[in-house]
Design a protein around this ligand. Structure first.
Ligand code: FAD
Length: 520
């Protein structure tokens, strides 16, 4: 194995022996413990969900804990003349190679030893300490099944890792109420780019804490997170309401997400999302994508004559643990306030809480069976301010994407005040902004369009937003030049750079983000 390291790496570089020995010695030891893979066996680390990039690492390492992570980072940091980098890989669900390290070392975070404990405080609050490489679906199952507790803020899909989503934000229909996942952790254990293992929180090493949250893996590797919990409900009333007019859809969505701002916390939905869909019978992105159960049918004759080619759906959920008649009353009260959905096109289903949170798993199974799970996914995620969302709808949904995208087009409002502005995430300026997620699922070329065509369409959308001077930011951002990153971070760029120098001075971490070149 070390021979592999030598022929793929050392001979390419005019190295002094010492740094090489540090890395080679560590690799040898990891090899002895069966925790390192080279060549074809490391292949998984050169792929991601986006399926548009492939950069092979020198080695794929399965750390057993934070100590292994720290030793790898220290060895890489001390190898200044080897041009070596290191990427933590969550579940590789990035789109643009963000978790890859070209001829570097990739750490397989889910292989870290299981770390899970729940603590209930005397003041009634509770938290779970979980590994940075844990999958959110496992966190959910353990919290609910062992403790009847649950994290408050989620992503739609849960085969993502704790460290991976916290490095971005972690957004779903609960974020209007509790903020993104980055607003729902109180402590982290982080291995910095210097190889130091530090515990950080709002009061301890706070600069590191806030920079790592939404920090795109640039400042440290999250090895443990303390996640806020609340009691888990037994059931969820899951509702979908159809709209023909974008104005009505946004008006109602904003009304529902701001209710709790007006002191009506207990009297709001627990989850508010929305999506645009095509007024066609295409199962992937048309009317059949709306019903919640195979027994439910979308009857297009129920649509008013004025319905256009793009329709909208508000997706809501209300938790309950008592008799369904109680949730009926609550939901009826919340829907009574003159909401403007098409009354004959309301779908609802009662499901167990865990099933609701794992709802995307069914789509994953279908997509795997049909092969589109493994096709390229040129996805685009944006945050667009409330003031620009009507124009976005007019041009992007109704013109550029008028033929659909073969998958969900999420669009729903979030509240800036629920995000902590000390984290590294950058947002539009307005209090209400929309997340737009274009989750393209099309068969691989030649059965579908080439991914280059779809990437060009994404670029057209971003260019349109830029040309119109929209107040918007990319979520899960991806840029090729540092100038673009400067533009993205705006007046937070200087600070981002200072923090990089402080916590990862050799710029060895998360090279796949392409923000900072490795310092030699
Ligand atoms: P990876 O893709 O492996 O890594 C992402 C980045 O974080 C890389 O730069 C990596 O180096 C770094 N990183 C990974 N682990 C760590 C760590 N422990 N410490 C520091 N840095 C680390 N996002 C949402 O917000 N809401 C959603 O509803 C949502 N749904 C999704 C559904 C699907 C099917 C997919 C594919 C993605 C979805 N995402 C969603 C995006 C998801 O949040 C990102 O892909 C995110 O990167 C997490 O994926 P991952 O754990 O596989 O991380």
């Amino acid at each position: 194995m070390i021979a592999y390291l030598e022929c793929n790496f050392v001979q390419e570089n005019d190295t002094e022996s010492k740094p090489y020995e540090a890395v080679a010695g560590l690799c040898k030891e990891l090899d002895r413990r069966g925790r390192i893979a080279y060549g074809a066996a490391a292949g998984q680390a050169g792929k991601d969900f986006g399926g548009m990039n492939s950069l092979m690492p020198l080695a794929f390492i399965r750390p057993s804990g934070a100590d292994d992570v720290a030793r790898v980072v220290r060895a890489v940091a001390s190898s200044s003349n080897l041009n070596l980098t290191v990427a933590a890989r969550g579940n590789g669900h990035s789109i643009n190679g963000q978790a890859m390290a070209d001829k570097g070392l990739v750490l397989d975070m889910p292989s870290m030893e299981d770390h899970f404990s729940v603590v209930k405080m005397s003041n009634g609050s509770a938290y779970a300490d979980v590994s940075g490489g844990a999958l959110w679906e496992d966190v959910l199952k353990r919290c609910v099944r062992e403790h009847r507790m649950t994290p408050r803020s989620w992503t739609d899909y849960l085969s993502l890792t704790v460290g991976g989503t916290l490095s971005n934000a972690g957004v779903s229909g609960q974020a209007f109420r509790y903020g993104p996942q980055t607003s729902n952790v109180t402590e982290l254990e982080v291995v910095t780019g210097k190889g130091e293992t530090l515990v950080c929180s709002e009061t301890e090493n706070s600069e590191l804490f806030f920079s790592v949250l939404g920090g795109l893996g640039q400042f440290g590797i999250i090895t443990r997170a303390r996640v806020l919990l609340q009691p888990a409900p037994a059931m969820v009333r899951w509702i979908r309401l159809v709209y023909t007019e974008f104005d009505d859809f946004t008006r109602d969505a904003e009304l529902l997400v701001t209710r709790q701002q007006q002191g009506e916390e207990s009297d709001s939905f627990d989850y508010v999302e929305g999506f645009a869909f095509m007024n066609t019978d295409n199962p992937a992105d048309g009317r059949p994508s709306v019903p919640l159960h195979p027994d439910q049918v979308f009857d297009p004759t129920r649509l008013p004559k004025t319905a256009g080619s793009v329709l909208y759906c508000l997706e809501l959920a209300r938790h309950y643990s008592d008799h369904p008649s109680i949730v009926d009353m609550g939901v009826n009260r919340l829907l009574a306030g003159g909401l403007r959905f098409v009354k004959e096109l309301k779908f609802q289903l009662d499901v167990e809480y865990e099933e609701f949170l794992l709802r995307v798993k069914h789509s994953e199974d279908h997509a795997k069976a049909s092969g589109i799970w493994d096709s390229p996914h040129p996805w685009l995620n944006l945050f667009v301010s409330k003031s620009d969302i009507a124009n976005f709808d007019r041009v992007v949904f109704k013109e550029i994407l008028k033929d659909g995208i073969g998958g969900p087009m999420l669009v729903y409002p979030l509240l800036r005040s629920k995000w902590d502005d000390r984290t590294s995430v950058v947002l539009p300026k307005s209090e209400i902004f929309y997340i737009v997620a274009l989750l393209r699922f099309t068969p691989a070329y030649p059965n579908g369009p080439s991914f280059e065509t779809l990437v060009a369409q994404n670029q057209e959308i971003v260019q349109y937003c830029t040309n119109e001077g929209f107040d918007f930011k990319l979520y899960l951002p991806h840029y090729r030049s540092q100038d673009d990153w400067k533009q993205h971070f705006g007046n937070q760029w200087a600070r981002f750079g200072e923090l990089k120098t402080c916590f990862d001075p050799m710029a060895i971490l998360a090279p796949g983000q392409k923000i900072f070149p490795r310092i030699l």
